[in-house]
Design a protein around this ligand. Structure first.
Ligand code: ADP
Ligand code: ZN
Ligand code: ZN
Length: 676
């Protein structure tokens, strides 16, 4: 029964609870101006903070059970209608509870009941006197290089698109000056009196870009938004963004939700990067939401990459996005890429003679080199040669990685750590063998094989602290390092002008993976890694160790022809029926027992097949990593050629699943999944 209460305001509140509904409260004094404000409400026996998402005329809650709000919190600017619109879209599209989506978009401090921080009172902020949070650049602008013809064409195209929704794919080989192009686009947006939002994949990349932006835009208040900021700082930056004080906002994926009243341009750099997709809980793609947001706000969005996601590239070649191409590397010619056939070369600890010789030569010439191996630790597994025991994680279907320096075994999936055993736990054999190679082992081998080289290992283990990473970058820049050994942390966006040789170990493992996106990812990763070589004027050299030197992926990589690779890959996807020609979603389930998860998915599949026969539901299967942190995981793939059809299906399906019999399985829907 729906009741209306004359003369009484009812508000609908988004609360951070795992149910897809809003909660109604009585709020005598509420008006339309309160929509978007936070509100303190009684919830169960507790007090909770929520956000008012709408006013209501009526409620299904009986009068005696309709509670009143405690207080509307007005000390911060409310979320604007357009911010709420994006959050609603995201909640609908990804089938995640609106309350969790709305509250998750706020800085942590604003989600908490206790001690909402006091807003510092400030007059209009002049660039020079901006608070510590909002950085302003020195007043002298750093000289921007004169743009190339291709860059100019790209910039004027984006410029012409200001003031309306225009999606662009800025496709440019590494070092072709994409950053320069989008900084000019940012300048144009600023001149038009608008704010610019720039999304980057890695927190580690923000300081570098921040420094560049500050030099380029003197006196322009700029803030960064990412999860590594201290709470107080993040709140201050968020406030600066939503008050309009900050004119440039740089951030990682969560910044896509930052309220920006005068938004005029969105840039997504390295748009193919998997970190734009949240891998847990609310599994949104910040890249895709950036496009949605640009459409809602009627502003251009620039997706920049040397190796765009095939979905994005497809949108560009099919004319939905405007394709802007930068085909020349600035300065030096593109790096020379070749394969080292490992079948014909002697290996020392996984490193071929040819690569060793090349490394020695660069070191002798006073140049820097990078050895790339996408695996941290010493060896991916410890093994007993006498009985066949291997170091497995008790809680995951994964191997424990040997970290020799700490003499520990670590699970890279659940974080489990145990001391490395001195003898085989099964047979007592004391001669345990590390199998395979990780960064630590390569570092150790190279220091033995090239003793004169100063070697620096850069992976998640050595860069956990931001300060450590900054110090390392300085060491590299000051040329106190000869050889870098690193994982993909090093692949992204860094500019090391003295680095002229890149060696790639162990790339083959990705060539024949079961994941249909593996080749696309490998091509992107190797292009990025290769792009680190030869940025200072000398032609770079890239040596890839492989057992498959004639594989078509390496052939396309050698000539650095992304488009040839992408056109082929798209043709294959079209033929085989994969995204972007189909749209997919996964129903994921996990439970203490695999049976429970599979049974839940089986029942879900039966319910689904009754809903829409045009949506294909596959059989439930265990996940690629079937056990993680003691829970069994399984999934069910559904797909359709029509996105809207899939969306309607998911909508009805998730409602049906929510209202069906309780299960011990925890489930969630992953729309446009990237991991299987
Ligand atoms: P990308 O983002 O495409 O990898 P960047 O924008 O980082 O490339 O540019 C690579 C290098 O070239 C940078 O050091 C940048 O300052 C420089 N650069 C960019 N555009 C120009 C230009 N028009 N003239 C001279 N140098 C440029
Ligand atoms: Zn043994
Ligand atoms: Zn584990």
């Amino acid at each position: 029964m729906v009741r209306t209460f004359a003369g009484m305001s009812i508000i609908r509140v988004a609360l951070d609870v795992p149910v897809a509904k809003l909660f109604d409260y009585r709020a005598q004094e509420a008006s339309a101006a309160d929509v978007g404000h936070r509100v303190l409400v009684p919830f169960g026996r507790k007090t909770a903070v929520g956000v008012i998402v709408e006013l209501a005329r009526s409620t299904a809650v009986p009068e005696e059970r309709l509670k009143g709000v405690i207080r509307i919190l007005q000390e911060f600017p409310p979320l604007a209608a357009e911010d709420l619109r994006l959050l609603r879209f995201a909640a609908d599209y990804y089938h995640h509870p609106l309350g969790a989506v709305v509250m998750g978009a706020l800085p942590t401090r604003l989600r908490r009941v206790a001690g909402p921080p006091r807003l510092k009172k400030r007059g209009p902020v002049m660039p020079q006197e901006a608070g510590p949070a909002v950085r302003t650049a020195p007043l002298e602008a750093a000289a921007a290089p004169e743009l190339t013809t291709e860059q100019m064409r790209a910039v004027s195209s984006i410029r012409a698109g200001l003031g309306g929704f225009h999606p662009f794919l800025l496709l440019g080989v590494t070092g072709s000056g994409k950053t320069e192009v989008y900084l000019h686009a940012v300048a144009a947006a600023l001149e038009a009196g608008r704010q610019a939002l720039v999304l980057v994949p890695e927190i580690a990349l923000t300081p570098q870009l921040e420094a560049l932006v500050q030099h380029r835009f003197p006196g322009t208040p700029t803030v960064s938004l990412h999860s590594a900021l201290a709470e107080a700082e993040r709140l201050e930056h968020w406030r600066a963004a939503c008050s309009g004080q900050a004119r440039i906002v740089l951030g990682t994926r969560l910044a896509v939700f930052a309220p920006l009243p005068e938004l005029g341009l969105i840039v997504v750099d390295e748009e193919q990067d998997s970190s734009f997709k949240q891998g847990e809980g609310f599994r949104y793609s910040a890249r895709d939401l950036a496009v949605v947001r640009a459409r809602q706000r009627g502003v251009p969005v620039v997706l920049a990459s040397a190796t765009p996601a095939l979905e994005t590239y497809h949108n560009a070649v099919s004319g939905r996005y405007t394709l802007l191409t930068l085909s020349h590397r600035i300065g030096a010619p593109p790096p020379r890429i070749s394969c080292i056939d490992m079948r014909g070369d002697k290996l020392s600890d996984g490193v071929s003679e040819r690569l060793l010789t090349a490394l020695r030569e660069r070191v002798a010439a006073g140049e820097q080199a990078l050895v790339f191996i996408n695996r941290r630790g010493y060896a991916p597994v410890l093994m007993c040669r006498s009985c066949g025991w291997v170091s497995g994680c008790q809680r995951c279907s994964a191997r424990l990685v040997l970290h020799l320096q700490e003499r520990r075994l670590r699970c890279h999936h659940c974080g489990h750590v145990s001391p490395a055993p001195a003898a085989c736990p099964d047979c007592g054999n004391q001669d345990l063998a590390p199998v395979g190679h990780g960064t630590q082992r390569v570092e150790e081998a190279l220091s033995r094989l090239i003793p004169q080289a100063r070697i620096l290992r850069i992976d998640r283990d050595t860069t956990r602290q931001r300060r450590a990473w900054r110090a390392m970058r300085e060491r590299i820049q000051e040329r106190n390092v000869d050889i870098l050994v690193g994982t993909q942390i090093l692949a992204k966006g860094h500019d090391f002008p003295h680095l002229n040789l890149v060696g790639v170990l162990n790339a083959d493992s990705q060539l024949y993976s079961g994941d249909f996106r593996a080749a696309e990812r490998l091509f992107a990763l190797l292009t990025q890694v290769a792009g680190r070589a030869g940025r200072g004027g000398i032609q770079g050299e890239v040596l890839i160790q492989t057992e498959f030197p004639h594989h078509p992926l390496y052939a396309a990589l050698r000539v650095q022809d992304y488009r040839a690779f992408a056109d082929d890959a798209l043709a294959e996807r079209r033929q085989a029926g994969f995204p972007p020609f189909l749209h997919q979603a996964l129903l994921r389930a996990e439970a203490p027992r695999l049976d429970t998860a599979l049974e839940f998915l089986g029942a879900a599949a039966r319910r689904g097949s009754a809903l829409d026969r045009q949506v294909t539901a596959y059989d439930p299967v265990p996940a690629a990593l079937p056990r993680r942190a003691g829970r069994e995981r399984a999934q069910l793939l559904v797909q359709s050629a029509s996105r809207s059809r899939l969306r309607d299906f998911l909508d009805a399906w998730s409602k049906a699943l929510t209202s069906s019999a309780p299960t011990r399985a925890r489930w969630s829907i992953d729309v446009d999944p990237l991991e299987f």
